[in-house]
Design a protein around this ligand. Structure first.
Ligand code: GUN
Length: 166
């Protein structure tokens, strides 16, 4: 098993603003014009992108949302608990991992516009996953939650939002 530090070095991972570490591994050379995309995309985007994403148990991926569906693929390590709040305020969660008999799933798609956050609950461990989006990722489509604003929007999830925002 690799350590967190070894993976950061071997996979050339960088700190992600939401928490965790990432590296973009693929960016399609196909460009989709702004006019061919739904109105939330303000300009052209690559057709698709993929990243490695590593999350450790000593931090969390803070609540954020993106304009496109995001497919998560489990590679190695401990399971990730992914929390979601739909635009209507409905909470759901999923365990992404490889222990299928315990209900973990190796692949999961977070729907566009859902607020989501993630954590690795087993101590001293990490998870390595892949995240794929289409159209491709652009920080213009990414919004990191502001704690007070999100709590105001979804008061019944206030405690969870407090735990998983910075
Ligand atoms: N590229 C940079 N950050 C991200 C992210 O959070 N998700 C995806 N899919 N690609 C990214």
């Amino acid at each position: 098993m690799y350590s967190k530090e070894q993976l950061i070095e071997k996979l050339d991972l960088q700190k992600h603003p939401e928490g965790g570490y990432f590296k973009e591994t693929y960016r399609s050379e196909i460009s989709l014009s702004g006019s061919s995309l739904p109105s939330e995309f303000d300009s052209a985007r690559s057709a698709s992108t993929c990243i490695y994403f590593m999350l450790t148990s000593d931090e969390f991926s803070a609540f954020h949302k993106v304009n496109q569906d995001e497919a998560w693929h489990f590679y190695m390590g401990e399971r990730i608990l992914l929390h979601m709040i739909s635009p209507e305020g409905e909470y759901s969660k999923v365990n992404i991992g490889s222990d299928f008999s315990s209900g973990e799933t190796p692949q999961f798609v977070v729907p566009a516009q859902h607020w989501f956050a993630a954590e690795v609950n087993n101590e001293n461990s990490f998870a390595l996953v892949g995240c794929t989006v289409a159209p491709g990722f652009d920080f213009k489509d990414f919004e990191l939650a502001e704690r007070k604003q999100l709590q105001k929007k979804f008061p019944k999830h206030s405690e969870l939002i407090k735990k998983l925002t910075r």
